[in-house]
Design a protein around this ligand. Structure first.
Ligand code: DAH
Length: 335
């Protein structure tokens, strides 16, 4: 019996020597130490051992058992600590979350604005970024020698076309195509040939709006703008109109909102004035309506050119316009 017990121990040690797989270890543990395992079945024979030898055999049996338990414990521990790469995988651990991309702040604000306008019956249109001189300037009552062109220097192509300086380029295209009544917004990328600083970039975003119908007046502009801005800023905003000159509107205005940062008291965002210039707008010039084949004695309308990039900067308090196009993940991950 003694010899058999020791043989069992040695056999177990031999078998366990090379093992690295936790399933095999579990099986072997069962084989030797399980309720119906080899040790248990050997010990059933203890009744055949002479009575005076039983205490000694019983002690040896205990020692063998303890040693086996020890060996299995050590093996299990070493495997849990990952001594084998196959066993590094622990299906009970929570998964690692892969980093997903997300929408750019421009896109987020644009989507909000589109939703607010859709509720007011506006359709979203797109237009060419590579444009002709006619739609970008001439059709908008800015002839070739007009000084208003000087404020919008752009990138010219050799063939006389240009990168559009304003989303207003879509106004006459839309009127030609759809006529009156018309209600649409045109968000998009525009370009200016200028040196960059914290508030100027060669590429930025505008969101143009055009509404043409019978009996439209400036009160309609104010109403539409107030409900839009309340939707974007999630709060009631106060607006004011100042006269502003743009050749394609008459009269033209600058729409300002009361600064949301200081609520009109004066701060660095509003340059201590209490107001932030947000959106030029006005009643569509009769010449522009006529260029779009719309009868200007029958129809009137309003147009506005929301500085989408500026709105994004206001909303998220971004102090350098160039960050928006930098592709810098440290910046982008904050939204
Ligand atoms: N397109 C003008 C610009 O980029 C902004 C503008 C002014 C748009 C008045 C309009 C408007 O629709 O009515 O400076």
């Amino acid at each position: 019996m003694e010899a058999k017990l020791k043989k069992l121990l040695n056999q177990a040690k031999d078998e366990l020597g090379q093992i690295k797989d936790s399933q095999i270890i579990a099986d072997l543990k069962n084989k030797y130490l399980g309720r119906k395992g080899e040790l248990a079945s050997l010990l059933k024979d203890i009744k055949n051992v002479a009575a005076e030898e039983r205490p000694v055999v019983g002690q040896i049996a205990n020692e063998v058992k303890n040693e086996l338990v020890n060996i299995f414990d050590k093996l299990e521990n070493s495997i849990n600590q990952g001594s084998s790469s196959e066993l590094d995988f622990d299906p009970t651990l929570p998964g690692t979350r892969r980093e997903l991309g997300h929408l750019h702040p421009n896109t987020l604000v644009q989507a909000e604005i589109e939703k607010a306008f859709a509720q007011m019956g506006f359709t979203v249109f797109d237009g060419p970024q590579l444009e002709s001189d006619y739609y970008n300037f001439t059709a908008l009552n800015i002839p070739a020698d007009h000084p208003a062109r000087d404020t919008q220097d752009t990138f010219w192509l050799d063939d006389g076309n240009l990168l559009r300086t304003q989303t207003s380029n879509i106004q006459v295209r839309m009127l030609e195509k759809y006529g009156a009544p018309f209600r649409g917004i045109f968000p998009g990328r525009v370009f200016r040939n200028e040196s960059t600083d914290v508030s100027h970039d060669h590429t930025f975003y505008q969101l143009e709006g055009l509404l043409v119908d019978k009996g439209i007046n400036i009160g309609n502009v104010i109403a539409v703008m107030k409900s839009l801005l309340s939707a974007v800023f999630q709060t009631e905003v106060t607006v004011r109109l100042r006269p502003g000159f743009f050749p394609f509107v008459e009269p033209g205005f600058e729409l300002d909102i009361k600064c949301l940062v200081c609520e009109g008291a004066g701060c660095s965002v509003c340059k201590q004035s209490g107001w932030v210039e947000l959106m030029p707008c006005g009643m569509v010039h009769p010449k522009v309506l006529e260029n779009g084949n719309v009868n200007s004695s029958e129809y009137s309308g309003f147009a506005f050119g929301l500085g989408l990039t500026r709105l994004v900067m206001m909303k998220y308090k971004i102090n350098d316009i160039r960050l928006l196009q930098s592709g810098d993940l440290r910046f982008l991950k904050q939204f």
